[in-house]
Design a protein around this ligand. Sequence first.
Ligand code: IVH
Length: 708
Amino acid sequence: MASTTEIDVEDLTEDQARAELIALARNLADANTAYHAEDAPEISDADYDRLKRRNADIEARFPKLKLSDSPSDQVGAAPSAGFGKITHAVRMLSLGNGFTDEDVFEFDASVRKYLGLDADAPLAYTAEPKIDGLSLSLRYEKGVLVQAATRGDGAVGENVSANARTIADVPAALTGAPDVLEVRGEVYMSHADFESLNARQAAQGGKTFANPRNAAAGSLRQLDPEITRARPLRFFAYAWGSLSEPLAETQFGAIEALRAFGFETNPLTVVCDGPAEMIAHYTKIEVQRPHLGYDIDGVVYKVDDLELQSRLGFRSTTPRWAIAHKFPAELAWTVLEGIDIQVGRTGALSPVARLSPVTVGGVVVSNATLHNQDYIEGRDSKGQQIREGKDIRVGDLVQVYRAGDVIPKVADVDISKRPDDAVAYTFPTVCPECGSDAVREPGDAVRRCSGGLICPAQAVEKLKHFVSRAAFDIDGLGAKQVEQFYADGWIAEPAEIFTLEARYGTGLQQLKNREGWGEKSARALFAAIEDKRKIPLARLIFGLGIRHVGEASANMIALHYGTWAALEAAMEQARPREGDAWEDLISVDGMGAVMAGSLVGAFAQEAERASILRLVAQLDVQEAVRADTSGSPVAGKTVVFTGTLEKMTRAEAKARAERLGAKVAGSVSARTDLLVAGPGAGSKAKKADELGIETLDEDGWLDLIAGL
Ligand code: IVH
């Protein structure tokens, strides 16, 4: 934002004001589109608020210059094409904002003034968290969910009924509700679900999201409701639109009614008897904020008495009876003292900012991520400017941002404070740990060390991953011990963990003499290692630390191939990245071409393959078996679904077949045992016919698995 060149509103000429209002309207419209219609914000919330405030300030000084479609009168963005439109029977409005305690007292004073109440007349308010998601309006008729709509521009929203039905917190039917009930609330995603969704997306080469709110918006606004179903969305009810009869006499009573109908309502909702109590509740919620597990960005106060609410009514876009008391952004400015490069398990060179320690939202921060080379240089992954193209240099005053439990990041830089001797940062082209070339493949935002296992940083990180809880989980062998053993040359790769006793066996002597070890702990360690020789296939696959292969994927891969021998053979056959073995690999649930390529690549790379085989030679790998599928006629069979299924969705058919021990593949090959073909089946049915593969229609399939 060009705050340094901005003219004080008082000094603006009329011509300047007119030109700036037009420019602001355009910038705000672009930002709205990026945020609401594309779920990809281009400017920060704080910058957005600043633009809006500047617009309002200029309008206040030059009221006759206010544009007929001024951004001050708009909420959100117009609905995007693709979904049907729904005109809200009752407009979905936004809330006025307050930032300080004075703003809260002023809000109370303005309500009293409007109602003609004395300062000491009793007046209750509810106070509840402001959930940072997106609002949704759900229409129930005679207790049945008939329609769901996003806010859109407040008057017209998008019809997302099919998607809303996939959200677990959205009841399909209500008991005891009025004949017509429009429930409004917030769709959001928890921090934990957001993190795992992003990890899954990255592994499949898909889009990752900047924050839980964008992830929730992007997930709700999918044209294919099956995608929404697979996303962990949640919903809190906090308001209503049309009603055939009142819910209660108070806001709090109405929330209790919604809860009784079966909605989730926020447990931090309370009734307060005035501004002092409201502010106390705000402070309490602010303290709990980092531990809630979902994003909130303030506290909402509402007049509790619904009759008073209706007397108070609305201004153009906001109610007079409510206000959002926003939390200050968790931002701080500090000096960037240095940039360190960390080398990860997969060789990625990650720049880390070493900061002069600063408190951000109650936590002292001295490191923050700088993401990658482009980010430091002022570009995003598509080569577009970020921060108006400003680069980040050691010595700069930088802005640090923290949201919830997310790793802090360097968000902005103030180049007016840049020291004269600051030089542009040169991103290393060799690995700082092993000196190998660090290569950036076209299309990859990340530069990677090409040293593989000869790189000590990669080797240690791989070992740490190998012993981690979801992998081999060896008691007494954690990250610290692995680092020591590696540094002393005792363990260079996972296989050597299992030869440790043989090599240093008599050397129990040696181990127990080491600092931090005694006879008992040394014996316990060897026993713990011995215990993990017998290892489930899924843990082995995850433990290998292959890029993009997370814990859930490792499980699916293990179930798909069953044994180590089958997996190894398949990796060999899939090496050309085409053909049946490759197609079969891609058909594994949750697998994308990116993950499949990474897996095949690990087995194709000589040094890595040799290291894996040395490890497996030490182990007794347990076959992966599904839960009891005895009695299932399709256990162990490979099934392909094609054409339209009429009695269940594809996702449901697949999940059910897998529960019964079948393997569901995406394409027909000589390995296919059964094709289930609905109407409209084309090339797959033809191929199955040519290969003489048994084919059933949907009813035939349901008969086959009936009762299971
Ligand atoms: S009440 C007429 N309560 O904040 C007012 N809104 O900035 C209806 N929001 O559009 C809204 N938590 O998407 C209300 N507890 C809460 C809320 C909440 C989040 C969102 C909602 C609204 C926006 C306004």
